[in-house]
Design a protein around this ligand. Structure first.
Ligand code: THU
Length: 132
């Protein structure tokens, strides 16, 4: 799937954001190698802490449908903000476990696109290997 299409799908997801507290819409699209994809939006909560970010919504949807890290081709995260949105710390920790280190993470707003991966976003990771 072309990058532009992935970004367009992620913006569609952003329009489903439930974000009455921040009014900051985030959308994500988790593209799988078989062409299937899963959308996610940020879903806020009056408790604030129970909020789920868009990228976690998308990746959890992929996992909930039986996909695993080796099945994931790319993850795209978009916002309408002035600056490109960068995944929060909790999302980085989740992505470090649920996608491969070099899987493209495409960050975009309406003006620009930045491609990175989780090894760049979260160096010196704590992971299950630490528990061995
Ligand atoms: N948010 C995301 O969905 N993804 C991120 O990576 C950063 C933050 C959401 C959480 C909350 O609903 C809103 O953006 C403001 O923090």
């Amino acid at each position: 799937m072309k990058q532009e299409k992935l970004i367009e799908l992620a913006f569609k997801a952003a329009d489903n954001a439930y974000c009455q507290y921040s009014n900051y819409k985030v959308g994500a699209c988790c593209l799988c190698k078989d062409g299937n994809y899963f959308l996610g939006a940020n879903i806020e909560n009056a408790s604030y802490g129970a909020t789920n970010c868009a990228e976690r919504s998308a990746i959890f949807a992929a996992y909930s449908n039986g996909y695993r890290k080796n099945d994931i081709e790319a993850l795209c995260i978009v916002t309408y903000g002035k600056r490109i949105g960068s995944p929060c710390g909790i999302c980085r920790q989740v992505l470090a476990e649920l996608i491969n280190q070099d899987t493209p993470i495409i960050l975009a707003n309406k003006e620009e696109v930045l491609i990175t991966n989780i090894s760049e976003l979260l160096p010196m990771q704590f992971s299950k290997e630490d528990l061995e």
